[in-house]
Design a protein around this ligand. Structure first.
Ligand SMILES: NC(=O)c1ccc[n+]([C@@H]2O[C@H](COP(=O)([O-])OP(=O)(O)OC[C@H]3O[C@@H](n4cnc5c(N)ncnc54)[C@H](OP(=O)(O)O)[C@@H]3O)[C@@H](O)[C@H]2O)c1
Length: 309
């Protein structure tokens, strides 16, 4: 070995050491941020919301789990509190039941949350519905369900809780959006439109909240292995009932929940949690819209052909 190689080894080991120390400090800072924080999670009954609930519970957050089914929220609380955890001080979660698509119910739920906990440190908008169908055949009522649940619900909950965050000059709003909030994929118009609207709203909010020291994080996942496609609305408003191939092949929800947990702890402004191809598509839409539109048209043609065959 020559002198240069000998000199490189300590440099390499030193860099690995500094990087590991940096990561450890980052993890400790994230844990300290989440521990004892009041964390509200919507759509905690399944998929992604459920996985996030587990992570934040173990990290010692005071959880408020939200959903439409009292029975399933109770089951989740039982599951979380079943085995005693020694390493962190954990707190029994509260549950709040409401339908996000009902603006009046959202306003009462916000009051209930503040009554239960006195404050909200981290609000995670996770609940959503999705749909699949051609624009021609999709009923306007289905477009409305998407907007009511995915857009107006989170907007109303944010507006109801933000005055208390401003008063405390402290808070963090996290939105689990979608890659479809950045690019529109054929036959998903209503879902994609609701997620684009959500992206726009929370981007404005991020800028407007800077003077109040309130953070806003938007997370845009690609396909996740969850039941979302089974519960997907079809063009006439009925429920799909089958799992999509894309969803089956998606990232496991635990993996994405871990990405969210880290992003919240690090107070990241935006995270794209998708595979290489969808990530490249986001950039292609900006750099070369003509190529992007060409690819989407080909995709629409193929999908229509498959549907007709
Ligand atoms: N799965 C994916 O491939 C994927 C990809 C990108 C982004 N995302 C986003 O990730 C988030 C979580 O999705 P997921 O895959 O975990 O879906 P999921 O398993 O279907 O969970 C959705 C959650 O939202 C709740 N919800 C739906 N409508 C509601 C309403 N009107 N009021 C209150 N709660 C309601 C559901 O409650 P019920 O159990 O009562 O229905 C459920 O807890 C969503 O925002 C979704 O758009 C998902």
């Amino acid at each position: 070995m020559d002198l240069t190689t000998w000199a490189t080894i300590p440099l390499l080991l030193g860099s690995i050491g500094v990087y590991s120390l940096y990561k450890l400090l980052q993890r400790l800072r994230s844990s300290a941020y989440i521990q004892h924080s009041v964390v509200v999670i919507t759509g905690a009954t399944s998929g992604f919301g459920k996985e996030c609930s587990k992570l934040f519970f173990v990290a010692g957050a005071h959880l408020v789990l939200c959903g439409r089914s009292e029975e399933r929220l109770d089951e989740l609380v039982k599951e979380l509190t079943r085995k005693p955890l020694k390493s962190t001080q954990v707190h029994k979660p509260h549950i709040v039941i409401f339908d996000l698509a009902d603006v009046k119910a959202v306003s009462s739920a916000a009051k209930e949350i503040l009554h239960l906990t006195g404050r909200v440190d981290i609000l995670i908008h996770n609940a959503a519905v999705s749909c699949h169908g051609t624009i021609i055949d999709t009923k306007v009522s289905v477009d409305r369900i998407m907007m009511d649940t995915n857009y107006f619900g989170p907007v109303a909950l944010t507006k109801a809780l933000i005055p208390s965050m401003i008063k405390n000059r402290h808070g963090h709003i996290v939105t689990i959006n979608s890659i479809q909030g950045k690019i529109s994929i054929p036959f998903r118009s209503a879902y994609s439109a609701s997620k684009h609207a959500t992206q726009a709203f929370f981007d404005c909010l991020r800028a407007e909240m800077v003077p109040y020291e309130i953070d806003v994080t938007v997370i845009s996942p690609g396909n996740i292995k969850s039941k979302v496609s089974m519960k997907k609305f079809t063009e006439d408003g009925s429920i799909n009932g089958v799992l999509d191939k894309n969803t089956v092949e998606g990232k496991p929800p635990e993996e994405v929940a871990q990405i969210i947990f880290q992003a919240v702890g690090e107070r990241r402004k935006e995270v794209l949690a998708a595979g290489l191809v969808p990530t490249l598509a986001v950039y292609l839409r900006t750099i070369s819209p003509t190529i992007f539109f060409f690819i989407m048209a080909a995709r629409a043609k193929n999908e229509q052909k498959l549907k007709n065959s």
